[in-house]
Design a protein around this ligand. Structure first.
Ligand SMILES: [Ca+2]
Length: 567
């Protein structure tokens, strides 16, 4: 399990001795470019660990196309919220130990040069991973696809898995494999067919774990899994896992579903590609994006009036409220963003980035004595597309997918909004398959929904911003890491990262900014108004948004979860 990093020269030697793979070509290209020092690296390291399937299976031809598609779908999960440190057990925790939707953590003693460190441990995952791990009370929760699942009687189908492992060792505590939703691939659906697995970031509160599954279900699970028995009204975990062989029985290392809510069956939504967003928990209310989207032909929205943001009772999974904004009527592609919460002038508001490119602020539903489903009250909405993204010379501009030669049209919101000091920060983005294009990072007054500033220096981005000590960091799809003054929107610096940034947000902790590229390079820069690159590390598998806790970086890649200690 333990693996160490090698220098670029030793890695190159082993690669020369090995077969020609996509990875080799990537490393060779990157080594050559780093020698030019265009990007200001101090040095480049390469990881020497192995990670699962042969590379030719992972990156070749059609599969590589699927992978690229998968990146897109996962972004709502990958780029949703941040970590803000260890919190009490009764507080909801998403990602690295916090509940804040800001990609910032108070973790300390983190490595400035991860490539120089020896891994604490490496957990093998599947062939796709897009879920940011959540760390809570000595345990890590991470989701992936099911290609690496080993459980007697379980056959991987291109579905997903949620795993709970020991933080100190990466040892499995329990897992819930979840077969693919085969019905979801039939028209009008275009769903759960890319093998992306569970893309949602797990949310933990007390003894419960909440996640949006690959099958389009919101799942409430027992933190202890089956080790303390089969709890909750849901009892048929074996059937859920697709384990039907005679004599099969639940094991202590199986997950324990308390309740589940089927978005497709209950709401008649038609999710597109994946249900990838991360849940928001406030009090007893669980907020979820339905991922209602366009049809498989990218032709029309089958359910234009279906809800996009819903609210469930966390105890029972009962539907409490839904929006009625009919975002589907204006939808560009799909709803993959995740809701976040802010307290604005003594008032709690729920912010949601729509697949129509509009940022919405809702009031939480009022308590009600009956079980009537309430409609969420919209406080304000703000179009994150500047007017000339929508219309020019009196003519509507086409969406990029429909006309790649016009990359200046409207875009949707995929990353999560972040609330910081009374303002909401959110980027526009599109699938990287639509190419690069005009984007806009908006800063909006959280109380009124009015524009504070908007910067088109940031191109399309699927990332959630990191806002720390008045500075905002965000990578865009074109492969630039931006640092802006959060108050004014003035750009302090921009760093080209030498590869596109499709599926990882930046992460700020311990005075450092971590960012990574699709070509597998993990960058570390100083979190400062002055640009300073601290290191680059090359990984064999593309890293997604990382997190940190207790002096350790936890870096998910497509195939592994790496625990990299600090100093
Ligand atoms: Ca249990």
């Amino acid at each position: 399990m333990k693996a160490s990093y090698g220098s670029i020269s030793s890695a190159a030697s082993s690669l020369v001795a090995g077969s020609v793979t996509f990875l080799v070509s990537v490393l060779s290209t990157r080594a050559a470019s780093s020698a030019v020092s265009d990007f200001g690296p101090l040095r480049v390291k390469a990881a020497s660990f192995q990670d699962g399937l042969p590379h030719k299976h992972r990156f070749g031809g059609l599969w590589r196309s699927f992978l690229a598609l998968g990146l897109v779908f996962a972004l709502s999960a990958v780029i949703v919220c941040g970590a803000s440190g260890q919190e009490a057990a009764d507080r909801p925790v998403r990602w690295g130990g916090g509940s804040s939707p800001n990609m910032v953590s108070p973790a300390k003693h983190l490595p400035a040069d991860p490539g120089s460190m020896t891994l604490l441990w490496e957990l093998k995952l599947g062939s796709h991973t897009y879920s940011i791990p959540t760390i809570d009370r000595g345990r890590i929760y991470i989701a992936a696809n099911d290609a690496g699942v080993q459980r007697p009687g379980y056959k991987p189908t291109g579905g997903g898995v949620l795993m709970c492992v020991e933080q100190a060792t990466g040892k499995l505590i329990w897992q819930l494999p979840s077969p693919r939703n085969f019905a979801g691939v039939k028209p009008p659906y275009h769903f759960d067919q890319w093998g992306c697995g569970i893309c949602s970031g797990p949310l933990v509160e007390g003894e419960r774990v909440y996640v949006v599954g690959n099958r389009g279900e919101i799942l409430c699970l027992d933190r202890e899994g089956q080790a303390n028995g089969n709890d909750g009204p849901f009892q048929d975990e074996l059937a859920y896992m697709g384990i039907t062989n005679a004599g099969a029985k639940l094991e202590p290392t199986d997950g324990d579903i308390i309740w589940k809510y089927d978005l497709l069956a209950e709401l008649d939504v038609v999710p597109h590609d994946v249900c990838g967003s991360t849940l928001l928990l406030e009090g007893d209310l669980l907020y979820a994006c339905t991922s209602n989207g366009i049809d498989g032909r990218h032709d029309k929205v089958p359910r234009p009036d279906a809800p996009t943001l819903i609210v469930l009772d966390k105890q029972t999974g009962r539907l409490v409220a839904r929006d009625d904004e009919r975002i589907g009527r204006r939808l560009l592609h799909c709803n993959w963003s995740s809701p976040c919460l802010g307290r604005v002038k003594g008032r709690t508001l729920i912010f949601f980035g729509g697949g129509d490119g509009i940022l919405y602020a809702f009031e939480p539903p009022e308590p009600a004595a009956d079980s009537r489903v309430r409609i969420l009250h919209k406080v304000w909405s703000y179009d994150c597309n500047p007017p000339d993204f929508r219309v020019r010379d009196g003519q509507p501009l086409p969406y990029s997918r429909d006309n790649p030669n016009r990359p200046d049209g409207p875009s949707e919101i995929i990353g999560s909004p972040v609330v910081y000091e009374g303002r909401v920060y959110v980027a526009l983005g599109q699938s990287p398959l639509h190419g690069n294009g005009r984007g806009c990072l908006s800063c909006v007054d959280a109380a009124t929904g009015t524009n504070v500033w908007a910067s088109e220096l940031v191109e399309r981005s699927l990332a959630t911003p990191s806002v720390f000590e008045g500075l905002l960091y965000i990578p865009d799809t074109s492969g630039h890491l931006h640092c802006l003054d959060a108050r004014t929107g003035q750009r302090c610096w921009v760093q080209p990262l030498g590869g596109t940034c499709c599926y990882a947000s930046s992460f700020v902790a311990d005075g450092k900014v971590y960012a990574s590229t699709e070509t597998g390079t993990l960058w570390v820069l100083k979190a400062d108004k002055q640009l300073q690159v601290l290191s680059q590390t090359r990984l064999k598998s593309k890293p997604i948004t990382l997190t940190a806790a207790d002096g350790v970086l936890y870096v998910p890649t497509q195939h592994s979860l790496l625990a990299i200690p600090g100093v």
